[in-house]
Design a protein around this ligand. Structure first.
Ligand SMILES: C[S@@+](CC[C@H](N)C(=O)[O-])C[C@H]1O[C@@H](n2cnc3c(N)ncnc32)[C@H](O)[C@@H]1O
Length: 203
């Protein structure tokens, strides 16, 4: 993908994003975002109440997704699912409940503190069909044709090379697999005073 950003700017963006999300892992999502997070966000996005009720409230608090990937289509018992940028793990856990013990879910995130938080949260869920790894969505540590569905929530907007991310998602999906993404997109040009600011990436 062509970009106007220099290598130094791309490095700074990646570093600042990791710093931001390591702070979210330590202190929670409250006050870090301009949209509703935690239980309020999950309810606003119409996540299924019956599934939310089965998860400890404390593990739902760090949810900082921007939408609801599960509103885009079903997951089926036995599915293998990958959550790109799983954060503290809420969507990965919900997917694991949906696919049941015959299925499994992999969650990956670039911020080690987020993955540590997700692993700690996983122990509170009793789920045995989730794996969580530190990895970049631009370079997925899985073979071709591994997953029935790839989900993602609020992550791809943070990546500089979106074509690469989508190419990787396509590579690891089985033929006929589904990509279910909730994310933010620009619907009009940024105001002049904000356009081109590196800070846009991590505020
Ligand atoms: C807005 S949060 C969403 C977290 C989670 N999906 C949720 O709904 O709660 C964005 C997440 O994307 C992760 N992230 C950002 N860039 C990434 C990349 N290049 N590869 C993997 N994860 C990334 C961050 O570490 C952060 O946990």
């Amino acid at each position: 993908m062509t970009t106007d950003l220099t290598e130094a700017e791309i490095g700074l963006i990646r570093q600042k994003i990791k710093e931001k999300y390591s702070g979210v892992a330590a202190s929670g999502a409250g006050g870090c975002f301009q949209y509703l997070c935690g239980m309020e966000g999950l309810r606003k996005q119409d996540y299924p109440e019956d599934i939310l009720r089965t998860l400890p409230p404390a593990i739902l608090a760090p949810f900082c997704g921007v939408g609801n990937p599960f509103s885009l289509g079903a997951l089926y018992p036995g599915d293998a699912v990958l959550d790109l940028g799983c954060g503290a793990g809420v969507d990965a856990f919900i997917a694991a409940i949906m696919v049941g013990p015959g299925g499994w879910v992999a969650g990956i995130d670039v911020t080690p503190e987020m993955v540590a938080k997700a692993r700690a949260n996983l122990t509170l869920t009793g789920l045995a069909n989730v794996i969580l790894e530190v990895a970049e969505v631009e370079s997925l540590p899985f073979p071709d044709d591994s997953f029935d569905a790839v989900i993602s929530n609020g992550v791809i907007n943070l990546t500089v090379d979106k074509e690469k991310v989508l190419g990787e998602a396509h590579r690891v999906l089985k033929p006929g697999g589904r990509l279910m993404v909730a994310d933010m997109v620009l619907v009009s040009p940024l105001p002049q005073e904000r356009a081109g600011r590196i800070e846009n990436w991590f505020q």
